[in-house]
Design a protein around this ligand. Structure first.
Ligand code: TXA
Ligand code: MG
Length: 344
């Protein structure tokens, strides 16, 4: 579904006039501002209630535009961009002078992504400058995969371009790529670091790089400088969410255990309010996901929203031993952060 021309034009005008606009991408809906307006960029943080230490991803409409945002494009970025762009992969690489400290939270690297969604592409091209955009949700809360979710999040505070629901459903993989100059070898090598898992997988990256005979290694994000925004708690729905890793747990015992354990939780961790039950737990709602990881990823955020909006005292997900593989790991990365409690 493409928006009407009038709706697209309204969005373009708003962006040109230094306002924010929510728009669909294939991963989740984004809340965009032009990168050359400090006023507009600041509106993203105030509307989202997002702290300034959390950097924004810059969305571009081509590899050429991406190159204007960095001082260090390299052959491996070309390889990966050719394989995965436009699509759900964000490169974290040295920023150029076009990128302000507000975008990178003072870091020297910037996150850059060329989204595949036609509405996002059209919007960036029509505005004529890259668009910085986080997911269009309040800080710490569940990411939106439909225009309705964005409306629910911000009401008439934000103009949203109405498109289809996001087909991938979880945010892009965030990948830091560093070229290492070897003195004693003619060949350069590359250090990659996955800062956030996504629907692009590590094995897909390895396959592309090995095929092209690239010398590379993966380093743990912990060995890197700060990866802000990657906090323990995030994506939280409006009711307490619990993951039960013991699929043999007796349901009759669950409510009692939860009442005790949830009451013991702190109110806040790393600035994110931990969602706690409003009353004694009697009714437990269960989050159900498809066994097909692709479908589960697409639906996970909307299911979290739908189940919590039915107003249970607690929402529970029973993790199954069959839910393994790289895409499930990316889904669990989100679910674990959305959880107030994990039960073994
Ligand atoms: O799929 C996506 O990436 C979506 C859509 C809208 O494109 N965007 C998104 O943005 O998820 P956001 O702001 O919700 O998450 C971006 C995360 C930050 O929290 C941070 O962890 C990481 O990406 N990030 C961005 N720029 C970075 C940088 N310069 N260095 C390290 N991490 C960065
Ligand atoms: Mg987000």
């Amino acid at each position: 579904m493409m928006p009407s021309e009038a709706q697209m034009q309204q969005a373009v005008d708003l962006l040109k006039n230094e306002n924010v606009v929510a728009f669909p991408t294939e991963t989740v809906y984004g809340l965009g501002a032009r990168i050359d307006s400090e006023t507009a960029l600041r509106k993203i943080f105030s509307v989202k209630e997002r702290p300034f230490f959390d950097p924004l991803i810059v969305h571009v409409d081509s590899i050429n535009q991406a190159k204007t945002c960095t001082t260090a494009w390299n052959p491996v970025l070309d390889l990966l961009a050719n394989a995965f762009w436009p699509g759900p992969l964000t490169f974290v690489i040295p920023k150029s002078r076009l990128i302000s400290d507000t975008i990178t939270a003072g870091l020297l690297d910037v996150g850059i992504r060329w989204p595949s969604h036609p509405v996002a592409q059209q919007l960036i091209s029509k505005v004529g400058v890259p668009i910085a955009a986080p997911s269009a949700n309040k800080f710490g809360r569940t990411s939106p995969t439909s225009a309705e979710h964005v409306l629910h999040e911000f009401g008439d505070q934000v103009f949203v371009i109405k498109g289809d629901t996001s087909s991938i459903g979880i945010e892009s993989m965030v990948l830091a790529v560093k070229q290492v100059l070897n003195k004693d070898s003619i060949k350069n090598s590359y250090e990659l670091s996955i800062l956030r898992k996504g629907s692009v997988t590590k094995s897909q990256l390895e396959q592309v790089l090995s095929k092209a005979n690239v010398t590379f290694s993966f380093i743990s994000p912990l060995d890197r400088a700060a990866s802000p925004g990657n906090m323990k708690h995030h994506y939280m729905p409006s009711v307490p969410f619990v993951i039960c890793r013991n699929s043999a747990m007796k349901l009759s015992e669950l409510a009692t255990i939860l009442n005790t354990k949830l009451a013991e939780l702190p109110d806040e961790i790393e600035g994110v309010k931990i969602v706690k039950p409003k009353a004694l737990i009697k009714k437990i709602e269960f989050l159900k996901l498809s066994n097909d990881a692709v479908v589960a990823a697409r639906d996970v955020y909307s299911q979290l929203r739908a189940a919590s909006s039915r107003g249970p005292e607690v929402l529970c997900f029973i993790q199954l031993p069959s839910q393994t593989g790289e895409l499930w790991e990316s889904i669990f990365d989100r679910l674990y952060k959305a959880a107030s409690l994990i039960l073994d």
